[in-house]
Design a protein around this ligand. Structure first.
Ligand code: FE
Length: 198
């Protein structure tokens, strides 16, 4: 059997992956890992739905910017929730170019790694790019953000509704404050039998 939650136990980093053809583009990925040290190779996996995927297929090059725990949610909105096909992902953002001419992010990152594709593996929804490291630079000593940290600390929590629940029948009154003369429409108990939603 396969317990789906088992795969959530794998840890992941979060990265801005940039590419360049006739224009610059980037997306967020959580799948990047070093494969060998000598020579230095890394592997990234990119969803085929991303324009950045097609651009790496075409150019054979990419930059991986390693995000830190200081990264604000807006970076994920900018690179993760919109397509480079119709959004200007780099507008008003601090970017630099590495030796290969591609963008990397000097802010909210602790390093960038430039990759040159040696081999691609078609994995269905994704393509794996096995790549040689052509340049790498450390930007800061801030800790790299993990997928787990992102969910616990960066991604906004759904807003909690304010309201009161009837202790007798469980009816929920949405709103604050609860009117003093409120009568539960289900069990007909009064406001005294309500408590704030937790
Ligand atoms: Fe009630």
């Amino acid at each position: 059997m396969i317990d789906n939650t088992s795969l959530f136990k794998l840890s992941y980093g979060l990265f801005v992956l940039t590419a360049k053809t006739d224009k610059d583009n980037g997306c967020i990925i959580n799948t990047a890992t070093q494969i060998t040290d000598s020579p230095k190779t890394i592997c990234i996996s990119v969803n085929k739905a991303n324009l950045t995927h097609d651009m790496i297929m075409e150019s054979g090059e990419f930059n991986l910017s390693v995000l830190t725990e200081e990264v604000p949610f807006t970076i994920f909105q900018r690179f993760g929730f919109q397509s480079g096909r119709n959004a200007m992902k780099f507008f008003n953002l601090d970017v630099r170019r590495s030796e290969n001419g591609l963008y990397y992010l000097p802010e909210y990152t602790n390093a960038f790694i430039s990759g040159k594709v040696l081999k691609t593996i078609d994995c269905g929804s994704h393509t794996m790019f096995f790549s040689e490291v052509t340049e790498a630079k450390t930007i800061s000593d801030k800790p790299s953000v993990t997928y787990d940290y992102y969910f616990k600390n960066i991604k906004p929590k759904p807003e909690k509704k304010k309201g009161y629940v009837c202790k007798i029948c469980g009816y929920v009154y949405e709103g604050d404050p609860l009117p003093a003369d409120f009568i539960c429409p289900l069990c007909k108990h009064g406001a005294d039998d309500f408590e704030p939603l937790k």
